[in-house]
Design a binder for this molecule. Structure first.
Ligand code: SF4
Length: 487
């Protein structure tokens, strides 16, 4: 058995977080122990993101910093995995001679064998699926697809027993080809996993103590799987996962507005474990921009969905994404995004400055003609509008009692604990220690609590608020109370 260490750094989205978790599990069974010390590790893996140029620059910077310790660790294996590996393998090897392997996200089941090959003296190994011929991907062939499935099926959360929140993949890839997006080129065609496998994985996670599951897909609401001649859609899948004993909350990301159907809202209303939170990326408040982005819906349709969500699912909270400074975006078109933000009363927004990706339609056909300082200004303007909305909405919650799944100590409490430890003091609980958790509507709540509250559902009375965080205190009798639908 190997006794080596692995350092794995994850950049980007929740899909990458889950992929990294599965990679680590595979490596653990082969004798690798995770370490936080990159320069000391026998195996270094960077799980990369290609959505923006900035994310790739960051990955190159981490890889570059490894050169310093190359002499101390001549046998170290260095691998680049994830979307950047799929997108630009030649560029990686050209710029970073000390990288031994690159492996795309759909090929991760091959990674342990690739690492062994490198150890036997082979270098510059490549495992890619989708980049060369996106439409005729090998994923279309069932044997290959079974191998990809085996990666998810190999999941063994044994070492993470007691983890209360987990991601669960229900779908791979994307067929939408929004003109700005690199994902269809790096993650391949859209494929929905069989519902039986998803439910089986949910059961296994529940058996290991998981209470909250987030179902993951690039366009998760488009989920459809042919099961014994019958199509299982996303609302059906929610109902099946809802049956799993031990799971108390179900979330899902990311939804695509063009495919959203009423039965999903009805499932959110009728299934008590499904949280009243929806992340529905709109990307722009201008129909002309949506058309250039090839988003297959209009602003009017998006607003209808928002209205239906609020009407069907009481107390639902909504979040969205915007891209500002997309090719040709005028001041008027940007103002339409501001207007939509004011109108929709989102809980929060994720706002990104457009970053050109050359293999996309926009990268090939449209000039990236909005200057960076204009993108920056628009980004700040939109965030400022949302900040005022979030603050007003959060302050209006004062006095309410909400259900919180307690995740950990707050950052401030962890920092104070670290400082105490570095002074050599024993770690002990103090009445003032702050814990942090999330409501069913995905609001962050900070409150003083005990270590044994971590991992539990608690009732918290809200007292104060900022735009980002709610503060409160445990409601009387909270530790005895069980889960309820809307609190
Ligand atoms: S729906 Fe559009 S933005 Fe989302 S992953 Fe697919 S191509 Fe990218």
């Amino acid at each position: 058995m190997n006794h080596k260490t692995v350092y794995l750094e994850t950049m980007g989205c929740q899909m990458n977080v889950l992929d990294s978790e599965l990679v680590l599990e595979q490596l653990r069974t082969r004798g690798y122990a995770p370490t936080g010390e990159m320069h000391e590790a026998d195996l270094v893996l960077i799980n990369t993101c290609s959505v923006r140029a900035h994310a790739e620059d960051k990955a190159f910077s981490r890889l570059g910093s490894l050169k310093k310790s190359i002499r101390n660790k001549p046998d170290r294996v260095v691998g680049v995995i994830g979307c950047m590996a799929e997108r630009d393998p030649d560029g990686i090897f050209q710029k970073m001679k000390h990288v031994d392997l690159v492996c795309g996200p759909a090929e991760l089941y091959k990674l342990p064998a690739m690492i062994e090959e490198v150890r036997q003296g082979h270098r510059h190994l490549v495992a890619l699926t989708v980049n060369k011929s996106r439409r005729n991907s090998p994923l279309e062939r069932s044997t290959e697809y079974d191998s990809v499935e085996a990666f998810d099926l190999s999941r063994d959360p044994g070492s993470d027993a007691g983890v209360v929140q987990s991601y669960l993949r229900v779908q791979r890839g994307c067929d939408k080809f929004c003109t700005f997006c690199v994902v269809p080129f790096t993650r391949g065609p859209e494929r929905s996993r069989p519902p039986g496998q998803i439910v089986g994985e949910a059961r296994m996670l529940a058996d290991h103590g998981c209470k909250e599951i987030t179902l993951l897909g690039q366009t998760v609401n488009s989920y459809v799987n042919q099961n014994n001649g019958r199509a299982v859609h996303f609302a059906d899948l929610l109902a099946r996962v809802h049956e799993v004993e031990g799971i108390e909350r179900i979330r899902f990301v990311t939804s695509y507005p063009g495919d959203f159907t009423s039965d999903i809202f009805q499932a959110m209303r009728d299934l008590p474990k499904v949280c009243e939170y929806l992340h529905l990326p709109v990307q722009s408040g201008s129909n002309a921009v949506l058309k250039r982005m090839r988003r297959q819906y209009t602003v009017e349709r998006f607003c209808e969905l928002v209205a239906e969500a609020r009407e069907t699912v009481p107390d639902i909270t909504l979040a969205t994404d915007f891209i500002v400074g997309f090719c040709g975006e005028t001041e008027q078109e940007f103002e339409e995004s501001c207007e939509l933000t004011r109108r929709c009363d989102f809980k929060n927004i994720f706002c990104f400055k457009y970053s050109e990706r050359l293999e996309t339609v926009a990268g090939k056909r449209f000039p990236d003609d909005v200057p960076i300082e204009v993108k920056r200004r628009r980004n700040n303007t939109l965030l400022k509008i949302q900040e005022e909305i979030s603050l007003r909405n959060n302050q209006a919650l004062a006095g309410r009692i909400v259900e919180v799944l307690v995740e950990s100590y707050s950052k401030a409490a962890l920092k104070a604990q670290e400082a105490e430890q570095s002074r050599g003091s024993e770690l002990s609980w103090r009445r003032s220690d702050q814990l942090v958790g999330r409501t069913r509507g995905d609001q962050i709540v900070v409150f003083p609590g005990r270590p044994e509250d971590i991992g539990r559902l608690a009732k918290v009375r809200l007292t104060e608020a900022t735009a980002l965080t709610l503060q409160g205190c445990l409601a009387r009798g909270s530790r005895q109370q069980a889960r309820g639908k809307r609190q």
